[in-house]
Structures are given as C-alpha cells and as structure tokens.
Design a protein around this ligand. Structure first.
Ligand code: ATP
Length: 245
C-alpha cells in the first residue's frame, strides 16, 4: 500500500470547478503515476483546459483535492507548484515575445538554485537536442517565430525547470500536420527521458497513441478511463472522438 502511494505523483479527488455559477468540472477524480503519460481527451467545452488550469494553480478549486507527491496542493499558488516540480506549458503558449529564445529558456530556470551550474548547461543542451529548431533560432526574438516554434519554446522552457510532472495543454493546437507528428514524438521522448506527463488534447487519436492511460471527459465528468491503447480500440471512443475511424 505504502509502495503504491509513493508511485502516485498527482492525485485528484472529487474536483469541482466553477466559472461564476457555471459548473465546468463536476466532481472528477484521476491520478498520474510516476513515469506515465496520462491524457485527458474530450470534445470542445468538456473541461480539459479548466482541469489543466486547476492543476497549474491559475483556477481555484471549489471542492475536492489535489495532491502532488503526497502533498496537498489544492490551494497552492502557481509559482510554488513550479518550485515543487510541476512544469507548465500553457495553452496559448505564453512565452516572452520580446526576449530571445535563449533568454526565454533561461527564464525557465529562474527558480532553480543550480542555474549557474554544469547541470543547467547540460539541460540546455538536452532541450536543444530535443528541439533543433530552437538551436537554429537561439538569438531570435520569441515573438518573431511561428506558432509551432513558439509552442516548442514553451515546452522547452518548462523543461528547463526540470519538472517531475509536465503539464501540456493542447500542444498540437494550430500546428501544421508535420509539426503535430513531431510534437507527439518529442513528448514521448521527454517521457522516455524520465519526465511524467499530463497531456490535454483535442487530437485524441495521437494523444491515445502515446499515452499510458487516458480519461475521457464529457460535460465536466469522467465517463471512461483505461489504457491509451485500449481506448484507441474502443468503438464508442472511436465513434465519438476519433471520427469513427
Ligand atoms: P476546449 O478544447 O474548447 O478548450 P475544454 O474541454 O478545454 O474545451 P474548457 O475550456 O475547460 O473546455 O471549458 C469547460 C466549460 O467551462 C465550458 O462549458 C466552457 O463554456 C466553460 N468556460 C470555460 N472558460 C470559461 C470562462 N472564462 N467563463 C465562463 N465559462 C467558461
């Protein structure tokens, strides 16, 4: 029992979230174990982004609890969560447009005590190997890059904080098909290198392919859960979210 608990990195219980009187999340429970890629899939308005905002601490919780590594973080401020090891690459990217790629990446490390050390330099090299495009653009202003490149920069910046859990909200949104495949490959690679991932995606087919486990959200409730590969072959999921393909 104790052993199982230590493997659960993120544990959400009976979560409820409101926008004014509108209840967006209606008592959902889910967990992410160390080493997993867990994805939340669902139609527009199902509550995926709201759930992610609650995990990153930018939306308050009305009821329920969120635990990270056994610690109650339900009411913890966003920056404190980053310090604890929850890295965030928000929907809409949120990079610093006036700063260069290099400066953006440096910002990703500002909460790290070892940011002047060799470990930090090694991490920079690691993300530039994952994202060769960013190496080519290292001195370019973040805001002058394409949407896809900015998305990569947002993920790379989050990785510079050496998160234990990486929150990815719609990383494929608005990207050209070739870049979409690349982003999913990179997410798998990041996970293989030891980072646990919680992924919110509208591109359910691609998300399920790389996910260890998945939860299906519908109108603020979890209606189904299972292994990514099982849900990919589930006929109801295929009809509702994979265009019946
Ligand atoms: P999408 O993929 O379209 O972003 P989603 O699954 O991420 O969908 P959410 O954005 O989390 O869904 O929205 C969940 C519900 O909360 C929806 O009914 C939505 O209309 C509502 N909602 C989201 N943001 C707000 C807001 N700022 N004010 C009021 N209601 C909101």
């Amino acid at each position: 029992m104790t052993r199982w608990r230590s493997e659960v990195l993120l544990e959400v219980k009976d979560l409820q979230v409101f926008y004014g009187r509108i209840q967006a999340i209606r008592g959902i429970s889910f967990s992410v174990a160390e080493g997993e890629i867990v994805t939340l899939i669902g139609a527009n308005g199902a509550g995926k982004t709201t759930t992610m905002k609650t995990m990153s601490g930018v939306r308050p919780v009305a009821a329920g609890s969120v635990r990270f590594d056994g610690k109650d973080i339900t009411k913890m401020a966003s920056h404190k969560r980053v310090e604890l090891g929850i890295g965030q690459a928000p929907e809409g990217r949120g990079i610093f447009p006036g700063m260069t790629v290099r400066e953006n990446l440096d910002m990703g490390m500002y909460l790290r005590k070892d940011r002047k050390s060799g470990a930090a330099a090694a991490d920079l090299e690691r993300v530039l190997i994952l994202f060769p495009r960013l190496r080519e653009r290292i001195n370019q202003a973040g805001g002058s890059m394409s949407g896809g490149e900015q998305q990569m920069l947002a993920i790379a910046r989050a990785l510079m904080g050496r998160p234990r859990l990486l929150l990815l909200d719609e990383p494929s949104m608005g990207l050209a098909p070739m870049l979409i495949n690349q982003i999913f490959r990179i997410i798998s690679e990041i996970n293989a290198q030891g980072t646990t991932v919680l992924l919110v995606e509208q591109n359910a087919a691609k998300a399920l392919k790389i996910a260890t486990r998945a939860y299906v959200l519908e109108s603020g409730e979890i209606v189904k859960t299972g292994k990514g590969s099982d849900l990919l072959n589930d006929s109801a999921v295929r009809d509702a979210y994979l265009g019946g393909k």
